[in-house]
Design a protein around this ligand. Structure first.
Ligand code: IPM
Ligand code: MG
Length: 386
């Protein structure tokens, strides 16, 4: 048999993937309940600037949070912890998506506000390490990526529940080049992993008074992993009698999002990792682009809130980082406040941001010196909160 050695080598790699994933399943089975922030003496908010324009915009969102939480910080109820080592330089230097010192610091926090981090790819000057986002989601088990998109004037009010730790991302950097001609990647789906994201979507729907959850897969072709994802969603739906579950394939869903009549019918969408990645960028475009959207990564013990755009290194090279748009990370700050129980403060910040971005628009961000700086924009938002 030709290729015996290559097949044996690939089998070993596959075996390692199986062992790792089966351990993960056991860990999920042993999972405890969600953390209760009300019961904590102090909530620690970690702030990770990231790289590129990250530090510049994250600093502005942090200023706003500190302004809104001043009394809580003074009373010791809330503390901020700055984590500076999550830069592409440091990650490249230690050859890890998430350096150990950064991970240790993250684990000392309850929630994290995170700026964009550069994701290297083949051909970049950096080693081709895994994305820091993906590593953080996996290490802290942030299984629910929640991405709201709203365009009230067009009747768009969607909340995406993207599975965040499985699919093509679970072992995305452990694919196998079996021979020079054959490469195989792995897609992972687990019963526990799907059940917890489906339950999170339905729980949100119930709490928010929504009547429909839409499951998006390609179960007609990707029969095993997507097929199971859909059937677990159907199982979970039985526990929520007032909420209808409908199922769509990712291709037609991508088309229907641009159909003005159809798209207003979607409310909560639950979907595997990669489809969620793609569809949420498309969805954010209706709202003004990825720069306008916030993203929450929720787990049972930790939660991380981030801007959904990239790190725009070119803006830094051209000295324009102080003009970068902080709206996405401020949106993430809204979600963080809401998540830790400061619902009124979250609403006030959301209203202020909407006013500054969409209705009053006294300052405009253009990304260059023709517009406001991020700091000026943050001051503008805070002026609405006084
Ligand atoms: C996102 C991003 C990340 C992802 C990248 C940076 C790895 O696109 O948060 O949507 O694919 O999840
Ligand atoms: Mg994405």
């Amino acid at each position: 048999m030709p290729y015996t050695a290559q097949i044996e080598d690939a089998k070993k790699k596959f075996e390692a993937v199986l062992e790792e994933q089966l351990k993960r399943v056991e860990k999920m089975k042993a999972e405890k309940e969600f953390i209760d922030y009300d019961k904590l003496d102090q909530i620690i908010i970690g702030v990770v600037g990231g790289d590129g324009i990250g530090p510049a915009i994250t600093e502005q969102a942090e200023r706003i949070l500190k302004f809104l939480l001043k009394d809580e910080v003074d009373a010791g109820k809330v503390a901020f912890k700055e984590i500076t080592g999550c830069t592409i330089e440091h990650r490249a230097e230690v050859g890890k998506a998430l350096p150990d010192d950064v991970l240790d610091e993250l684990k000392q926090c309850h929630v994290i506000l995170k700026g964009p981090t550069t994701t290297p790819r083949q051909g970049d000057p950096w080693p081709n390490i895994e994305s820091a986002n993906v590593a953080m989601r996996k290490e802290l088990d942030l299984f629910a990526n929640v991405r709201p998109v709203k365009v009230p004037a067009e009747g768009i009010d969607w909340t995406f529940y993207r599975e965040n730790t499985e699919g093509g991302y679970a072992v995305g950097s452990k694919g196998v080049n079996v021979t020079d001609d054959l490469a195989i990647d792995f897609v992972v789906q687990t019963h526990e992993g799907t059940e917890r994201i489906a339950r999170a979507a339905f729980e949100y729907a119930k709490k928010a008074g929504k009547t429909r959850v839409t499951c998006v897969t390609k179960a007609n072709v990707i029969k095993t992993t997507d097929g199971n994802f859909l059937s677990v969603c159907k199982e979970v739906a039985k526990d929520y009698p007032g909420i209808e579950l409908d199922d769509w394939y990712i291709d037609i869903m991508t088309a229907k999002l641009v159909d003005p009549k159809r798209r207003t019918q979607f409310q909560v969408l639950v979907l595997p990792n990669l489809y969620g990645d793609i569809l949420t960028d498309e969805a954010a475009e209706f709202q003004g682009g990825v720069g306008t959207a916030g993203s929450a990564n929720i787990g049972k013990r930790y939660a991380m809130f981030e801007a959904i755009h990239g790190s725009a290194p070119r803006m830094v090279q051209e000295g324009r980082d102080k003009y970068a748009d902080p709206c996405s990370i401020i949106r993430a700050a809204v979600m963080l406040l809401e998540h830790i129980g400061y619902v009124d403060k979250a609403k006030a910040l959301e209203k202020a941001l909407d006013e500054c971005m969409y209705t009053e628009k006294k300052l405009v961000i253009t990304g260059r010196d023709t517009g406001a700086t991020s700091a000026e924009f943050a001051d503008y938002v805070m002026s609405k909160l006084k």
